[in-house]
Design a binder for this molecule. Structure first.
Ligand code: ADP
Length: 466
């Protein structure tokens, strides 16, 4: 696997090479075309000049000025052209090959070398063009111009092309070096926060949630990664605390009834106490208590983990049924139980679980309110939500206990609730269910006056498939 640094560096290098190669190829192709055109045009121009100048050396009275023709011929040689001038009878007036054969051969060989050095596999050779020399529309002779064809590059032309290619090579080297540097810097800049996130994730995996990020980044994704890691750490830490506390709480809750059972049973086994009905009843009571705690806990676990079973039903009807089933208990305790609901209110939700919430809140009201008191349920709805108020005029809850009553095993008045047999899980379950429905549960209470629980539930679930 490749590191971020090598991956970035390689992609920059690749990009640089492609760019420089493209520029080089394009530059060479364009240059080549222009050069060919220029060289060919230049050759034609030189030919024309030579013809005009040579024709000028014929004087009707005296004939050809051989010296002047020689000058022209030598100048032609300097420009890479091998000239032969003949009169109308075909007599040679001046011939470059005769003048200096070795120079001519050398010249052709040099051109050929130039061309093959630039274009390996170039096929060219000596070529000749013959032109008529005229004066006053009369032919006065012929001129043959030989050259290395189809065209040739002089030393100056070649060195120009080579310089350009050297510059391009320099640019390539610079681009490669620059890519390497840029790759290293960018990778370092990108990988520092990522490496830190990896270290933080490793620390979290080992149970160390406090590792803090130091490297800052201006890249939005990296900032998000960092924020997510921090949130992940705090959520995990919270979960871990809850898990530890749950274990401690369960142990704490079970310790008292088990200790009572143990001491009673041991005393009876050792014969210190007689095994009478009253003592056995105490033991039985403690076992029932343990059973209730275990039942509540497994119900809580179920509500916290299992998905909701959605259906559409009428809340008013649901409460009418629950109140009817609690009626005997209310009558027994001499508490008036009433429902205020003017019309049917449809809701999407898990019927069993919402019944559980209603039962928990109502039984709490009946449990904690003294004889002669009252428990009232009021249902109201808007377009989108239903509000359930469950009010009693019982003992109320102290302000310092209020923030905690939705927590597991929390009991506001230990001595009182112990006698009523509460396990302190009912409200935790209720809150878990309401939360799962996307609703809210809140409590208002005035000690000595009463307690009011308010549950607000959305009528429609965002992702239900009803
Ligand atoms: P429990 O099983 O003990 O009733 P809950 O979670 O239902 O557990 O309630 C937590 C605590 O909140 C109770 O122990 C009690 O002290 C307090 N509480 C709940 N409802 C009421 C109420 N209607 N009136 C007074 N106190 C209440």
């Amino acid at each position: 696997m490749m590191s971020l640094r090598s991956r970035l560096t390689w992609s920059y290098i690749f990009f640089a090479i492609i760019c420089v190669a493209l520029i080089s190829i394009l530059a060479n192709i364009t240059l080549e075309r222009q050069f060919r055109r220029y060289v060919v045009a230049n050759l034609e121009k030189m030919n024309r000049q030579l013809i005009t100048r040579t024709s000028g050396q014929y004087h009707p009275g005296t004939g050809w000025d051989r010296n002047a023709i020689e000058d022209i011929g030598i100048q032609g040689l300097e420009q890479g052209l091998i000239i032969t001038v003949r009169d109308t009878q075909g007599q040679i007036l001046w011939d470059a090959m005769t003048h200096n054969n070795r120079l001519c051969q050398q010249m052709i060989a040099h051109m050929s070398k130039n061309m093959t050095s630039r274009y390996p596999g170039w096929r060219g050779g000596y070529m000749e063009n013959r032109f008529n020399l005229t004066k006053n529309f009369k032919t006065i002779g012929t001129m043959t111009i030989g050259y290395y064809g189809p065209f040739f590059l002089t030393d100056t032309d070649l060195s120009f092309i080579n310089t350009l290619n050297h510059i391009l090579l320099g640019v390539t080297l610079f681009a490669l070096l620059f890519s390497l540097m840029l790759g290293t810097i960018t990778a370092k800049w990108l990988s520092a926060p990522i490496t830190e996130a990896i270290t933080a994730a490793e620390a979290i995996a080992e149970g160390n949630y406090r590792s803090k990020f130091k490297a800052s980044s201006h890249v939005r994704e990296l900032q998000r990664l960092r924020a997510t890691m921090e949130r992940l750490a705090s959520v995990l830490q919270h979960q871990e605390t809850l898990r530890k506390r749950l274990t401690a709480d369960v142990a704490h809750e079970l310790r008292t009834p088990i200790a009572t059972l143990q001491s009673h049973l041991e005393a009876m086994i050792d014969g210190i106490w007689e095994m009478d009905k009253k003592r056995l009843e105490v033991c039985h009571g403690e076992i029932l208590r343990i059973q209730r705690i275990v039942q509540d806990l497994s119900r809580l676990a179920k509500y916290e983990t299992e998905p909701l079973q959605y259906s559409r039903f009428d809340m008013t009807q649901l409460f009418q049924g629950i109140l009817a089933s609690l009626e005997p208990e209310a009558i027994k305790k001499n508490i008036s139980l009433a429902l205020e609901a003017s019309h049917p209110m449809d809701i999407e939700g898990d019927r069993d679980r919402l019944s559980q919430v209603a039962i928990n809140l109502l039984t709490n009201g009946l449990k904690y309110t003294a004889s002669g008191g009252q428990v009232l349920v009021a249902l109201n709805d808007s377009d989108t939500s239903i509000e359930v108020r469950i009010e009693d005029n019982g003992p109320g809850i102290n302000a310092e206990d209020l923030p905690y009553i939705f927590e597991r095993f929390y009991r506001a008045d230990k001595s009182r609730t112990r006698s009523t047999g509460g396990s302190g899980i009912g409200l935790t379950i209720s809150k878990a269910i309401v939360d799962a429905h996307g609703g809210t549960i809140s409590v208002h209470s005035a000690p000595g006056k009463g307690t009011r629980f308010t549950v607000r539930l959305p009528k429609k679930q965002p992702k239900s498939d009803i």
